[in-house]
Design a protein around this ligand. Structure first.
Ligand code: DOR
Length: 437
């Protein structure tokens, strides 16, 4: 007897697209094939829909504790579920920073109570905890270490190579890095102030990213440590990353594939401001090359909400970051519809990719024995992304008013329906992801 049977959908399985039914028992996938509805307590009619392995968003800022006027784990994970995301990894630049075992355990306990989806948290590297990260990265619910090599929102920063080296020598899991060169950022501080936010990609220019990534690659090679470069934005980094795939994985964000300078700044002002910045078409073309050629490993939203009041401050005092966990799936399905990537490549980037990069157990694959996490989508649905649909506490999205083709219809986490047709279902029952250590 199945708890849930997904009937009649087109499933994205490891063998390719197949019109098969999927049976779920005990929160796991227990049968794939032609299955009998009378064998199931609940039948989900997936006819005309595509059933994808659950989408993982490995870069979200949910702001709890300390900054909960922007977001909290409950609201951020609800936003994830409404957007078709079944698992998120959350960043450590909260207040206080997630930089100790106690602070990590607090987030895991809070998420057990309030998260709609499965979850894990990054522990933030600091100059103080650099030698103890090996003990922190293996704790329950930890997706690994995050190192800010250049300053962004908050106070986390490990900018000196001698301290970055200490971080890389502690522990063995893949380290996720925000790669911008702090010395160059400081040199350029105050420049372009009269030009407004359209100069954001000049202030934090290509050289900031390339310098930092080049330094990180050298340290990775010296220490033998595996790194993951978050939100890559520049054409200049792509060949460097390609030449170091034995040690390096990397992420691209949907907004960098969708918005481009200078138009996005002229239209959205500081709402388009994030770090590293949205750049011009030359960089965007290089990122699409990385998608199409198989180079990039994962997509992450870098969901980083700030209130409209905060965003109304004049650049450069306005905070960097934009929400994105709820729009990742619709934006990328629209790119699938417009022929920029295949649905198979989208699945590779959002489930198989994160599972491979971070070593997730039982996730990232529609196969027997795996968690029954599914993102059910209608590839033909034409909808409009709106601020009103956005569940983030910040109440806005840079994609307000955008018409897309392709939409998440249901979000299923370990067999529990948590979203159906735009409404949350049941209760928050997320669990920590387990990892190969
Ligand atoms: O734009 C950004 N916002 N980039 C980051 O690195 C941090 C994030 C935030 O937390 O606001």
């Amino acid at each position: 007897m199945f708890e849930l049977l997904l009937k009649g959908g087109t499933c994205l399985t490891p063998s390719g697209r197949a019109e098969v039914d999927v049976g779920v028992s005990g929160g796991r996938i227990t049968a794939i094939g032609a299955l009998d509805s009378s064998q199931a307590k609940t039948v989900f009619d997936a006819k005309g829909l595509h059933v994808l392995p659950g989408v993982v968003d490995p870069q979200c800022h949910f702001r709890e504790p300390g900054l909960t006027h922007k977001e909290d784990i409950g609201s951020g994970s609800a936003s994830a579920a409404l957007g078709g995301v079944t698992t998120f990894f959350e960043m450590p630049n909260t207040h206080p920073n997630t930089d100790s075992a106690e602070r990590l355990a607090w987030k895991v306990a809070r998420a057990r109570e309030t998260s709609w989806t499965d979850f894990a948290f990054f522990v933030g590297a600091t100059n103080e905890n650099a030698d103890t990260l090996g003990a922190l990265e293996v704790l329950e619910g930890c997706s690994g270490v995050k190192m800010f090599c250049g300053s962004s929102t908050g106070t986390l920063l490990v900018d000196k190579p001698e301290n970055q080296r200490r971080v890389m020598k502690s522990g063995r899991r893949r380290i996720s890095c925000h790669s911008e060169d702090e010395a160059r950022l400081q040199e350029r501080k105050g420049m372009f102030a009269d030009q407004g936010v359209v100069a954001h990609p000049e202030l934090r220019d290509e050289e900031c990213a390339v310098l930092s990534t080049r330094n990180l690659l050298a340290l990775a090679r010296e220490t033998g440590r595996r790194l993951h470069i978050l939100h890559v934005t520049t054409a200049g980094e792509i060949p460097l990353l390609e030449a170091n795939k034995d040690l390096i994985t990397f992420e691209i964000c949907p907004q960098h594939l969708t918005l481009a300078a200078p138009g996005c700044y002229e239209r959205l002002g500081t709402l388009a401001q994030m770090n590293p910045p949205i750049r011009d078409g030359r960089h965007q073309a290089a990122l699409w090359h990385a998608v199409r050629s198989g180079l990039v490993d994962v997509l992450g939203s870098d969901h980083a909400p700030h209130s409209l009041e905060e965003k109304a401050k004049p650049w450069p005092t306005s905070p960097s970051g934009m929400p994105g966990v709820q729009t990742l799936v619709p934006l990328m399905l629209n790119h699938v519809h417009e022929g920029r990537l295949s649905l198979e490549r989208f699945v590779d980037l959002t489930s198989a990719g994160p599972a491979r990069v971070f070593g997730m157990r039982r996730k990232g694959r529609m196969a027997l024995g795996y968690d029954a996490d599914f993102t059910v989508v209608d590839l033909n649905a034409k909808r409009t992304i709106t601020n009103g649909w956005s569940k983030s506490k910040c109440g806005w999205t840079p994609f307000d008013g955008m018409q897309v083709t392709g939409w998440p219809i249901a979000t299923i986490v370990r067999g529990n329906m948590v979203m159906r047709e735009g409404a949350l279902q049941g209760a928050a029952s997320g669990q920590p992801v387990q990892f190969d250590l």
